[in-house]
Ligand binder design. Structure first.
Ligand code: CU
Length: 176
């Protein structure tokens, strides 16, 4: 609700600014700068071409109980100024990987997950995670599992998951 109010306020403010600027038509030479600002909304190629690059840290998979499902956790960092989305995940270990979020302690599949500009997507226990639905074989502690993350804008990123003991929980340095 607050966001909406802020947006409306911002829109109202920029409208006011535009009116003030157009009212100053008596001094055309000094209004050149304002003109370019007003047109910025019509396509900003500079920002479009700034392809984000993702850095993945702390990627692991708790040893699965059986070959039916497994979770994967990591921090996906986006140091660029362009927001991106995690769209899909693939792995040789499974033909069906999903991105899950946890709401009211129940997990559900989502079509994409935001990786904010200059921020990170935290995939952690009890929260959002990647889920393997069906495993071709059951990995054991010490194994490595390769996955590939696909993004809307950034190039795909290959990640090696360390298979850890079932109770392992990475310390999230960025959260809280
Ligand atoms: Cu899940």
């Amino acid at each position: 609700m607050n966001t909406r109010t802020t947006r409306t306020l911002a829109a109202a403010l920029s409208l006011t600014a535009a009116l003030v600027i157009s009212g100053c038509s008596s001094s055309p030479s000094s209004s050149a700068g304002e003109d370019s600002t007003a047109k910025a909304g019509a396509g900003a190629p500079a920002e479009e071409s700034a392809k984000p690059k993702m850095t993945v840290t702390g990627a692991y998979m708790p040893e699965p109980v059986n070959d039916k499902m497994a979770g994967a956790f990591m921090v996906i960092k986006n140091d660029s100024k362009t927001a991106d989305k995690l769209l899909a995940v693939t792995s040789p270990l499974s033909d069906d990987l999903q991105v899950h979020e946890t709401k009211d302690q129940k997990m559900q599949q989502v079509q994409s997950m935001d990786v904010p500009a200059g921020g990170a997507l935290n995939l952690e226990r009890g929260g959002s995670h990647i889920m393997f639905m069906g495993l071709k074989n059951k990995p054991n502690v010490g194994d490595k599992v390769t996955i590939e993350l696909r993004f809307e804008k950034a190039d795909p990123v290959k990640v090696e998951l360390d298979v850890k003991e079932r109770t392992y929980n990475a310390q999230s340095s960025t959260a809280h």
